[in-house]
Design a protein around this ligand. Structure first.
Ligand SMILES: Cc1cc2nc3c(=O)[nH]c(=O)nc-3n(C[C@H](O)[C@H](O)[C@H](O)COP(=O)(O)O)c2cc1C
Length: 409
């Protein structure tokens, strides 16, 4: 059941988180399988003579959200709504909020955000919209709010809001992650450890297509000095970072850059009747002999891993092995889909070994090779052969694994 959690994060200034814990969602953006769920975080900043709402929630949970908001403040007394990013998981409740607010509040966002809000919710919604430029500051309720654009993290409208005097960053998608953490903030290390893999999965599936902009944007924020001095980083999903705020942006930077974990090799394959699998067992055996730690995802007649989980493994892999059978003169459909998503969302400079099996005329290996050579990945070798692997095939596979390992070290 979807629930809300509200907590006061600090008293001076008075900041509340209104977190909607969505455990009913199955596919984020109708694409990414997230049985772990997600939270939508909005923040209320109560100041002298002003009440500022930072982002909202998804349309489905408008009533839950307004109910909690009303316990903190009369919605009519909200003077400003900051829209760091207008994707409807953060802005869906806007029309109902504006009704409850009597259209009194000024909306604040980038020019892109204004355009998107008008497109989603009509002209009425942007009647009182203040467009802010990169670096612009507004004085609200005795505090300075600075707006810094971070285009493509995750949409062209994206910005962060920096509460200057208190050194607090409201990041919206920047700094977010999947799952419904047990705690509101990062004070429990066990919770953080369990949460971080969901951050990687979120980054790759949601912002992965633009991952170079993650690195660029965090560099921009670092140069402004605000990552180093931040006392809190409050994102639109997942944990609020109050204990060690810069940790989350450093983590984002590493995922954006694809920094590998030592010895991790991601192995992905399909196997209908076990012929590709026989080859992959040889590959995995050789990887282990060479001290590598293979992380294996396989599509068989008994299991089908979520592509969203596979995507989450790519940034921290040193190297990849992709195994596929030829299926109707194509790459097997499961690997074809997984591979296309990897190339779109997790396109990193990492070495790849391709392994193929076929019945009468193999094309899967060659087709994967064409896709890999056109991407940022480095093609190490393609070992493709017919039916049951022979001793000669085994020798070639072991040799190719050695080449892959050398490449990545
Ligand atoms: C539905 C289906 C379509 C196939 N299409 C082709 C094909 O177009 N060309 C080919 O050489 N082999 C084809 N094969 C044979 C497989 O590629 C071959 O048996 C391979 O060894 C399968 O490995 P696996 O059992 O690990 O999936 C097809 C097999 C199936 C079941």
């Amino acid at each position: 059941m979807v629930k809300t959690r509200v907590e006061k994060l600090c008293t001076d200034p008075e900041i509340y988180i209104i977190r909607v814990d969505d455990d009913e969602i199955k596919y984020f953006e109708a694409a990414w399988y997230i049985p772990e769920g997600i939270t939508y975080n909005a923040y209320l900043v109560k100041l002298d003579g002003a009440n500022v709402l930072v982002d909202l929630t998804k349309a489905d949970y408008t009533d839950l959200f307004l109910e909690e908001l009303k316990k903190l403040v009369d919605p009519k007394e909200i003077t400003h709504v900051i829209l760091n990013h207008t994707e409807p998981d953060h802005s869906g409740a806007l029309p109902a909020f504006l009704e409850a607010n009597g259209h009194r509040a000024q909306l604040i966002g980038t020019a892109f955000a204004r355009n998107l809000v008008e497109g989603f919710y009509g002209k009425e919604a942007v009647k009182n919209f203040k467009v802010v430029k990169d670096g612009e500051e507004l004085s609200i309720g005795g505090k300075t709010f600075r707006f810094i654009t971070i285009p493509w993290v995750h949409w062209p409208d994206s910005m962060i809001t920096y509460l200057v005097e208190d050194k607090i960053i409201f990041g919206c998608d920047a700094g977010g992650g999947y799952s419904i953490p047990e705690t509101i903030d990062d004070s429990d290390e066990e919770v953080v450890k369990r949460y971080l893999p969901y951050v990687t999965k979120y980054i790759v599936t949601v912002i992965g297509h633009y991952h170079k902009y993650i690195v660029q944007s965090i560099n921009k924020l670092k140069k402004l000095g605000i990552v180093e001095e931040a006392k809190m980083i409050l994102p639109g999903h997942g944990l609020a970072w109050c204990k060690n705020p810069k940790r989350i942006f450093e983590f984002y930077e590493r995922v954006g850059a694809g920094v590998p974990e030592k010895d991790k090799v991601l192995v992905i394959y399909d196997s209908m009747y076990g012929f590709v699998e026989r080859r992959m067992k040889i590959v995995i055996d050789e990887l282990k002999k060479l001290g590598k730690k293979p992380v294996v995802y396989r599509f068989t007649d008994k299991e089908a891993p979520a592509v969203s989980d596979i995507l989450g493994e790519v940034p921290s892999a040193e190297a990849l092995v992709i195994g596929a059978s030829t299926y109707e003169a194509e790459i097997h459909p499961t690997i074809r889909y997984a591979l296309l998503e990897i190339l779109d969302k997790a396109n990193y400079e990492k070495p790849v070994l391709i392994v193929g099996a076929y019945g009468w005329g193999g094309v899967a290996g060659r087709k994967i090779e064409t896709l890999i050579t056109r991407s940022k990945f480095d093609h190490v070798a393609t070992i493709e052969s017919k039916g049951m692997p022979t001793e000669e095939d085994e020798a070639k596979l072991r040799e190719a694994v050695r080449k892959l390992v050398e490449w990545s070290s």
